[in-house]
Design a protein around this ligand. Structure first.
Ligand code: NAD
Ligand code: GLY
Length: 383
């Protein structure tokens, strides 16, 4: 073993997602992209992988990932889809399935998702249905994907009825998180992923939220040790929740939707486009969920203020007027609530929220007074 490999081994952390019969590891550390072949050895049904990436990430990292497999005797092919949410539409999905089949895969071929949440969700769903199911590995390249979407097996695509409405729970065989890959990620994308990091503290780890308050700015400025720590803590939290409630059959996994009911409405109103990234919507949504909790007398107002203050301090757009690329939007309470009713979390038209009794004390509520909700949104629009 040469020195760089030893150093990489020391820096590597492995977290197990403990699912009976389908348990898998999340390997986290710097420099792991070049070691993906070794990490996957023993997991591949045959020495053949197809790497799926996007047009931005593939030129940066696909050749290195392919080389990492090839040095362990694994044959590779690389396919790239357009970057961005449009690749998660039926057309993009159909194109990818045909491109995959052009490679003449067999049921022992493994797909490898190299990219952000879009590539991960798309490739995971392709793996779930290609030849009725082949294995897949996640190599996430955005902070959002490293701390959330690559772990837990939610895969899927979008339809004209909404996001992620066609999909499957389909777990990867391995997740390889190379923390160095975030060096090329645009700051806005890093910040959007950070909202999901802070989310874990707000759900049930108040000490981690305090850590975020003290270290978030340094992490976002590029501090590698803090970045790794935040990714590890997030993956530990996600692995714990997924192991206990893989298919969201209790309200436990639903806690990961903190900020999502508001966030979904904001995203729907901004067209799920570049004016508001998913993680940004979650950040603004978490601030609103804490405000609502405070207005309903469930949560101390100081806790709601702490959430809003921290997210704004790192640069997330928590005020509605900060959303929309500088143009003040014509937000309307009734329209936002209408989007909430169309959200897949709503049950029989009844709104579902993740609320909180304080920082780190989140719970699922289907019992929100709509007059309070109206008042909150009216005030948020006017602020
Ligand atoms: P994304 O995949 O669109 O990536 C954001 C942008 O960053 C893209 O343009 C991409 O090309 C670029 N990029 C990615 N990695 C890069 C790198 N290292 N360097 C430079 N550029 C890079 O967006 P995302 O925020 O990662 O994911 C959003 C998607 O994730 C949404 O579709 C959402 O529904 C989904 N999601 C899924 C889950 C889940 O549990 N499955 C959870 C949260 C979000
Ligand atoms: N990102 C929400 C979940 O995985 O359940």
């Amino acid at each position: 073993m040469n020195a760089p490999t030893e150093a990489a081994d020391q820096a590597r952390r492995t977290i197990r997602v403990d699912l009976a019969g389908r348990a898998y590891d999340i390997a986290i550390g710097p420099g792991l992209l070049d070691r993906t072949g070794e990490l996957a050895a023993g997991l591949l049904a045959a020495p053949r992988v197809i790497i799926v990436s996007d047009h931005t990430v593939a030129p940066l990292y696909a050749a290195r990932l392919a080389a990492a497999f090839e040095k362990t005797g694994v044959r590779t092919r690389v396919l790239a889809v357009p970057a961005g949410e449009t690749s998660k539409e039926f057309t993009g999905f159909g194109q990818l399935m045909n491109d995959l089949l052009d490679q003449r895969p067999d049921r022992k071929t493994t797909l490898v998702a190299l990219g952000g949440g879009v590539v991960g969700d798309l490739t995971g769903f392709a793996a779930a249905v290609l030849l009725r199911g082949v294995d897949f590995i996640q190599v996430p390249t955005t902070l959002l994907a490293q701390v959330d979407s690559s772990v837990g097996g939610k895969t899927g695509i979008n339809t004209r009825h909404g996001k992620n409405l066609v999909g499957a729970f389909y777990q990867p065989r391995l997740v390889v998180i190379d923390t160095d890959l975030l060096d090329t990620l645009p700051r806005r994308e890093l910040l959007a992923g950070y909202a999901e990091v802070a989310k874990y503290g707000l759900i049930d780890e108040p000490d981690f939220f305090t850590w975020c308050e003290e270290n978030g700015a340094a992490l976002l400025a590029g501090d590698a040790a803090r970045r790794s720590y935040a990714i590890e803590q997030s993956c530990l939290a996600k692995a714990r929740i997924v192991a206990a409630d893989e298919r969201e059959t209790t309200d436990l996994r639903a806690l990961l939707n903190l900020g999502h009911t508001f966030g979904h409405a904001l995203e729907a109103e901004t067209g799920f486009g570049p004016d508001l990234l998913h993680g940004e919507a979650v950040g603004a949504g978490m601030a609103l969920a804490f405000d609502l909790s405070a207005r309903m007398g469930l949560c101390p107002a100081v806790d709601a203020e702490r959430v809003r203050r921290h997210l704004a301090a790192v640069g997330l757009p928590v005020r509605l007027r900060a959303i929309g690329g500088g143009n003040r939007r014509d937000w309307q309470t009734a329209r936002l609530i209408d989007h909430m009713r169309g959200d897949k979390k709503a049950e029989a038209g009844k709104l579902t929220f993740v609320l909180a009794r304080g920082i780190g004390r989140a719970f699922v509520s289907r019992d929100v007074d709509e007059t309070v909700l109206h008042g909150l949104l009216d005030d948020a629009i006017a602020a």
